[in-house]
Design a binder for this molecule. Structure first.
Ligand SMILES: [Fe+2]
Ligand SMILES: [Fe+2]
Length: 199
């Protein structure tokens, strides 16, 4: 699939949008984490890393102001449209919400859905380790914690399983891909270990 244009939008424009709309550090980190995973998958699938990264970075920008299912991400989509973001990007953002029933008919959409819930989960696994370092997280410990229903219980395991299946990736490989992507961008994601916890 071709993503010819972001209609002139740069990563800086999206970061400014996030700064305007999000005060929560954890939500910002979630957006960055999903961007990071999307970039890794774009590289893996030989797709446009900027296009995929932008979708990841922007997908929850309206969530703090509009957290309810009747508003998120529909309200955000209206804002993106009024600001001139391209239709394909808005369609991808809308597709991450199960309740909107927007078909996830592209690899871009399938990847966004597959990494969204898993991103928070993998970060949570890193943060309960004594070192708080993503680089110390093993695939096997993520798999184990997925089975432990009391760990990060708000994370929807079914969405993770179904996301990987729809993308056609093995869950182990999928988890590995996300860990490796986060390790690459650990400082920005607050997952580089104790030394970065005050920054
Ligand atoms: Fe969302
Ligand atoms: Fe999200």
């Amino acid at each position: 699939m071709d993503y010819p244009q972001l209609n002139g939008k740069s990563r800086g424009d999206v970061v400014a949008l996030l700064d305007e709309w999000i005060t929560s550090e954890s939500l910002k980190r979630h957006c960055l984490a999903v961007e990071t995973a999307m970039r890794a998958y774009a590289e893996h699938f030989n797709e446009d890393t900027d296009a995929w990264g932008t979708v990841g970075l922007i997908h929850d920008f309206d969530y703090e102001r509009h957290p309810s299912a009747d508003q998120h991400p529909v309200e955000g989509a209206r804002v993106l449209s009024s600001q001139g973001y391209p239709e394909w990007l808005i369609d991808a953002v809308l597709s991450h919400a199960d309740y909107l029933d927007v078909p996830r008919d592209t690899r871009l959409k399938q990847t966004l859905y597959a990494v969204d819930e898993l991103s928070g989960f993998v970060a949570a696994v890193a943060l309960v380790r004594p070192s708080r370092r993503i680089a110390d997280v093993k695939v096997s410990s993520v798999m184990k914690k997925l089975k432990d229903k009391r760990f990060a219980e708000a994370v929807d395991r079914d969405a993770i399983m179904e996301g990987a299946k729809a993308l056609g990736v093995d869950l182990d490989d999928h988890v590995k891909m996300v860990i490796q992507a986060f390790a690459w961008n650990a400082e920005a994601l607050g997952l580089a270990g104790d030394s970065d916890s005050n920054t």
